[in-house]
Design a protein around this ligand. Structure first.
Ligand code: CA
Ligand code: CA
Length: 309
């Protein structure tokens, strides 16, 4: 029996001619009927999360629609919707990441079923969390002042943000684009050990926390403005020297001497001596037989320098 004859039969049934109207097989009658259409989502679209599935139904003649049952891959999706507009909320996370078929089956007041053309959609829900690691500063670094904290992050779909945390608390705003970095004014933290982490998230809400990076904050030490004291203790001023002699200097500093350089007439003799006792050999045979001036320059870690008398 074709569709036209089937519909005539339905109309006849409505006006009381059911005795002469043979009852068709409902599944055959409804399949492929143009009166029921899945209007959303669009065929070929990719869906995620929870989406509405909607259908429109065009009544035929005096027939009324009793309800619409949505189906996912042929199985009922939710309960039949008995009032227009016909829709059902579909939590796609309960379906596999794959191609799925949606249909809507309208039931008319006579109990006949009218099935829409299928709509094929692709379900893709991102369940893979990003990967993230802090690239700077390195673990164990002593930090001070304002530094940049940077992280590397990636995701199967896309990273939408990286939030940096200090001791588990957000520091600054989330970095929305690579390179992911934040400026950290370490003077707002106490001196001592602190833990930095970064949390990367993707559009689906998956989050990953990086391995912690431990740093030591050191702020507030006053700048060293005091230069070292230095004097040459040997050879004595006015001494006659020959062969190879040992030059020796005394040097001290409020913080610490990091090096003493000996000079002959203003020119370096040998390398800087970086540890006490500050002494170095001088081969006098390379110098002319005449008065010469020996000096020593001591420096501290802050770059302060003092030249001996
Ligand atoms: Ca992801
Ligand atoms: Ca000093």
């Amino acid at each position: 029996m074709n569709k036209r004859i089937a519909r005539v039969a339905v109309l006849l049934a409505m006006v009381g001619w059911s005795l002469i109207a043979p009852q068709p097989a409902q599944a055959q009658l409804g399949t492929g009927s143009p009166i029921v259409t899945v209007t959303s989502p669009a065929s070929g679209s990719t869906v995620s999360g929870t989406v509405p599935v909607t259908a429109s139904v065009t009544s035929v003649g005096a027939l009324t629609v009793a309800g619409v049952q949505f189906k996912l891959d042929g199985n009922n999706l939710g309960a039949e919707d008995t009032t227009a507009p016909y829709s059902v909320s579909w939590n796609t996370t309960t379906a596999s990441n794959a191609s799925h078929t949606l249909t809507a089956v309208a039931r008319d007041s006579l109990g006949m079923l009218w099935t829409s053309d299928p709509v094929t959609v692709t379900v893709f829900n991102d369940t893979t969390p990003p990967s993230v690691s802090i690239t700077s500063p390195a673990s164990g670094t002593i930090v001070g002042g304002t530094i940049s904290v940077t992280a590397s992050a990636s995701d199967n779909v896309g990273v939408v943000g990286v939030q940096f945390l200090l001791d588990g608390l957000n520091t600054g705003a989330e970095a929305a684009a690579a390179p992911y970095s934040a400026s950290w004014n370490t003077t707002t933290a106490s001196n001592g050990s602190h833990s930095l982490t970064a949390v990367a998230r993707d559009a689906a809400g998956n989050r990953t926390t990086s391995a912690p990076v431990a740093v030591t904050v050191s702020n507030g030490a006053p700048a060293d403005m005091t230069p070292p004291a230095v004097s040459i203790t040997s050879p004595a001023s006015g001494a006659r020297v020959s062969g190879t002699v040992t030059m020796t200097a005394n040097a001290s500093d409020n913080i610490g001497v990091v090096g003493v350089q000996f000079l002959l007439d203003g020119v370096n003799v040998g390398a800087e001596v970086t540890a006490a006792p500050y002494s170095a050999p001088w081969d006098t045979t390379t110098a002319s037989r005449s008065p010469h001036t020996l000096t020593a320059v001591a420096r501290d870690a802050a770059g302060n320098r003092t030249t001996s008398a």
